[in-house]
Design a protein around this ligand. Structure first.
Ligand SMILES: C[S@@+](CC[C@H](N)C(=O)[O-])C[C@H]1O[C@@H](n2cnc3c(N)ncnc32)[C@H](O)[C@@H]1O
Length: 222
């Protein structure tokens, strides 16, 4: 969402702001409290049109960190542990309630072929959660498989919240989180038998580097 902001020319920013407000799916009172954030995104988008590529990437990362620092509390209040969309069957009527949505978010995780890990011997032991939000996927995978999960996010707020939720759920020894860039991951080659990234790839300015980092940290045969 923010990546798109940086690529649009200033002439369409008013329309973009409206789209962003509605896609944030926020109640009116929250939209009002988000007005400064939306304004700052607009200003940054305008500035980015005259910057070189490295400076734009640096600004993009800063903007992503700020966006999630400022909005994660609202997302958590609305959507709970997970900051990704739900999995819904086609042609099945849904109520649209928040509890249905939260169940659909869990299904989105399960639909990532978790059933392929048949039996405890095949369960993943070391998981990296790239673009971890407030750590919902990591906590889910730590509980389901007993795996050690390490999450990274650009947002210091999310990392702090993820670590404190893990501690509150008795998972401090299983799930830990740090501020780091998915395009330059602070892990050695081949460390993880499950490489997890849920709805963060859309933010990455260099998709090739993103995928090569995911492959680099994956254990052989993972
Ligand atoms: C839509 S949220 C998804 C969060 C989480 N995966 C979930 O399903 O709840 C996108 C996440 O990607 C992270 N992100 C975006 N660009 C990143 C980067 N270059 N490095 C690390 N994390 C990044 C954001 O900080 C945020 O945590």
């Amino acid at each position: 969402m923010l990546l798109q902001c940086y690529l649009y020319p200033p002439s369409i920013l008013p329309q973009l702001r409206t789209n962003l407000q509605s896609s944030l799916f926020l109640p009116t009172r929250c939209r009002t409290s988000h007005a400064p954030l939306l304004r700052s995104i607009t200003v940054k988008a305008s500035i980015s049109t005259v910057m070189d590529a490295d400076a734009q990437v640096a600004l993009l990362k800063k903007g992503i960190a700020e966006l999630y620092d400022e909005s994660s509390g609202i997302w958590e209040a609305l959507w709970g542990d997970h900051m990704h969309h739900g999995f819904y069957d086609p042609d099945v009527k849904v109520s649209g309630s928040l509890s249905d949505h939260r169940a659909a978010q869990i299904r989105m995780i399960e639909e990532r072929r978790l059933s392929d890990f048949r039996g405890p011997k095949k369960w993943p032991k070391n998981v990296v959660d790239v673009g971890c939000g407030i750590g919902g996927s990591s906590r889910y995978l730590a509980k389901k498989f007993g795996a050690h999960c390490q999450g990274i996010s650009l947002s210091p707020f999310q990392v702090q919240r993820a670590n404190s939720l893990a501690a509150a759920e008795g998972l401090a020894d299983k799930a830990s989180f740090q501020v780091a860039d998915a395009l330059d991951q602070p892990f050695p080659d081949g460390q993880f038998d499950l490489v997890w990234s849920m709805e963060s790839g859309e933010h990455m300015p260099d998709k090739r580097k993103f995928v090569s980092e995911l492959a680099r940290v994956a254990a052989p045969g993972a």
